[in-house]
Design a binder for this molecule. Structure first.
Ligand code: FES
Length: 246
């Protein structure tokens, strides 16, 4: 372990700054707090140097609030162990509130719009228990989503091709996929996925690679794409804008 960590933070406070700037901090290693994580380093800077704005709650990888960019990759700060020199920045794709705090509202809204609020569960009068294997393999991983938005921050369709207005995003499509594989759900979730911009996905695979919950988002999206293609549900012509971009 190094004796100290060199942390560069991209900072911005709209109240006082005209543009973002970078501040460098030296954080000493302390074996008592090993492993040194990005979140612990932020705590140390906050207590010992100067206030820095960042978000967190659980400190154990379950609430999803501490997601930031570490060396250009979206990571949960509380789980990400540091090795030496690092660059912290706010999560890509979201408006900065202050320093490392971003407003994730536009992605949260897509989760809600894609999920339970439009659920059409109509049991047949007979409850059909899920098999243990189906639960373990399919449902449980999807329920492990922390809504940290690492998938949104790394999505090429959203952040390279700027499809925020046409693509619900990888996380919201997992909500739709969960309903799609639910045997008692009576809605056409493939059609819903197509209208949510399913074919705007460029299959970069970053959502799967960067998911702290190890959800196979890209593979699930591909599965829905394949089924939509089989059913001839490919959108015709230029996609229109469905989603509010804040
Ligand atoms: S603080 Fe909850 S996931 Fe990191």
């Amino acid at each position: 372990m190094p004796e100290s960590y060199s942390i560069t933070i991209k900072r911005f406070d709209a109240q006082v700054d005209t543009r973002p700037y970078h501040a460098v901090y030296e954080v000493p290693d302390d074996p008592e707090f090993a492993p040194m994580t990005a979140l612990k380093a932020l705590h140390w800077i906050n207590y010992h140097v100067e206030p820095v704005a960042y978000d967190y709650n659980c400190r154990r990888g379950t609430c999803g609030r501490c997601a930031i960019m570490v060396d250009d990759e979206p990571r949960l700060a509380c789980l990400h162990a540091l090795t030496g020199t690092h660059h912290f920045a706010p999560l890509t794709g979201f408006p900065v509130v202050r320093d490392l705090v971003v407003n994730k509202h536009k992605a949260y809204a897509r989760f809600v719009m894609s999920s339970h609020s439009i659920k059409t569960l109509t049991p047949d009068g007979v409850l059909q228990p899920l098999s243990g294997q189906f639960w373990r393999d399919k449902i449980y991983p999807l329920n492990a989503c922390r809504e940290c938005m690492c998938c949104y921050a790394s999505c090429h369709a959203l952040n390279v091709f700027n499809k925020w207005g046409r693509f619900a995003g990888p996380g919201a499509l997992q909500e739709i996929y969960l309903r799609h594989i639910d045997g008692q759900d009576r809605s056409d979730r493939i059609e819903q996925a197509v209208f949510s911009g399913l074919f705007e996905c460029v299959q970069c695979g970053n959502c799967t690679t960067n998911c702290p919950a190890l959800i196979a988002s890209s593979e699930n999206i591909k599965e829905m794409m394949d089924e939509a293609e089989r059913r001839g549900l490919m959108p015709q012509g230029e996609a229109t804008s469905y989603w509010p971009v804040l």
